[in-house]
Design a protein around this ligand. Sequence first.
Ligand code: ADP
Ligand code: NI
Length: 216
Amino acid sequence: MKDEKSVIGEVISFVKEAMLEHESGHGWSHIERVVRMALHIRESEGRGERLTVELGALLHDVGDHKFRAHDGPAEIRRLLERLGVDSKVTDEVVRINENISFSKGRRPDSAGIEFRIVQDADRLDAIGAIGIARAFSYGGFSGNEIYDPRISIADPPLLAGTGSKSASTIHHFYDKLLLLKDLMNTPTGRRLAEERHDYMVRYLERFFMEWNTGSM
Ligand code: ADP
Ligand code: NI
């Protein structure tokens, strides 16, 4: 294998290139935050192979349905093989990429700690203040209303995991974002998710308070 620094450098170039066609909410800054958070969780947990966590976080969204031009697993395998990355690390990074998304919703029982760490980091970026910003950014990009009061929030079934479109961005909180806290894998992730979750709950209370002020 090339030295770790140049492997990571080449992977960063590859990911930036692959993100050029990104949709809102999936820019390079999301990847940077997920890498940072994943490394933080790993430190705090004191487990997980470092290179696998870092490469897994860097490559987790390549081939996402929002990057249609890319076949994630095949391209990642080719890239890491070319860079001489250990085949065990490569296999795990490919597995992370294949299994991470919320809509696929899988957490294979056999999943390694590295997968669990990267999934927590990705989910943390969807909640709290950053998550709120990303949701409205994505909603605006998709032409959704911020909120549609004609559609009941409590209306089951929840859309979580079905890949269906939320009725509005506020509905997306109930379809997905408020559910993430209970899906965290690691103690560190759970602790951070609880803070971010509480912040979203306060935000939503305030949102409805303002929305309803003066209504009869
Ligand atoms: P991930 O890559 O974490 O699986 P997605 O690709 O589903 O996340 O979505 C990327 C970002 O856009 C997330 O912050 C998510 O909450 C937000 N998002 C996805 N669908 C919607 C929606 N219908 N309305 C508002 N935000 C959305
Ligand atoms: Ni992501």
